[in-house]
Design a protein around this ligand. Structure first.
Ligand code: PEP
Length: 248
């Protein structure tokens, strides 16, 4: 099965109105990327509306980094999936390891958020990944298997779900797993997706995330079942982000 490649940028807590200039460069440069590459930029909530306007009729989609699981109500400071759609987002990252750690998000919360994203007609990018201690203990696949079982919403399809495998120890550290380890984990995730989602599991894209940059992108993106990348630091500038798409 041919799955198009998704190169997604997670801007985390970075970006002000002036960052629109960088988005413009990403939009302009994306015109030269290979046809089967999709580009997504997930800025902070405050920039989604502005970025979505800017990216209209371009190859760059705009997404969010989190969402509240409820549709509306007394949840001060929170943002619903309908609000994100209204602002112009098409994708929402849920269960990023920084939120699983800092906000103590459980698999059940991540699952509820992913379900809310899908119910609003958006695409959920569900993040999973083991810590270094878990990998050293030989528990990496067990941990990821548990996260997939607990975090993926029932009824998800290839059209509304993306999974991002992000080993926690590789995020922002400059370290990456060997391509053999990435291949083993992505094959494991593919098997779990088939088991949990039936035929749809074959079409769900599995991104690799963790210190992806221009110099290692070609090698990582060539691994079987790596259907794209979730990129943090290197997504903040067109200069570093676009070569990752070119590496496909
Ligand atoms: C991330 O936070 O999702 C990420 C992959 O970050 P970085 O690329 O900076 O390691």
């Amino acid at each position: 099965m041919t799955r198009s490649k998704l190169i997604a940028g997670n801007w985390k807590m970075n970006g002000l109105a002036a960052s629109t200039a960088e988005l413009d460069k990403i939009i302009a440069g994306s015109r030269d990327l290979p046809a089967r590459v999709e580009v997504l930029v997930c800025p902070p909530f405050t920039l989604i509306d502005r970025f979505a306007d800017r990216a209209e009729r371009s190859r760059v989609a705009i997404g969010a980094q989190d969402v509240h699981a409820k549709e509306s109500g007394a949840h001060t400071g929170c943002i619903s999936a309908a609000m994100l759609r209204d602002a112009g987002a098409s994708h929402v990252i849920v269960g990023h390891s920084e939120r699983r750690t800092d906000q103590k998000e459980s698999d059940a919360e991540v699952q509820a958020k992913a379900a809310a994203v899908i119910a609003a007609g958006l695409i959920a990018i569900v993040c999973v990944g083991e810590t270094e201690a878990e990998r050293d203990a030989g528990e990496a696949t067990a941990v990821v298997g548990r996260q997939l079982a607990g975090s993926l919403p029932a009824g998800a399809t290839a059209a509304n779900l993306v999974v991002a495998y992000e080993p926690v120890w590789a995020i922002g550290t400059g370290r990456t797993p060997s391509t053999a380890d990435v291949a083993e984990m992505h094959a494991f995730i593919r098997g779990r997706l088939r088991a949990q989602l039936g035929g749809e599991g074959e079409g769900v894209r599995i991104l690799y995330g963790g210190s992806v940059k221009a110099s290692n992108a070609a090698e990582l993106l060539a691994v079987p079942d790596v259907d794209g990348a979730l990129v943090g630091g290197a997504s903040l500038t067109a200069e570093q982000f676009l070569p990752i798409g070119q590496a496909v």
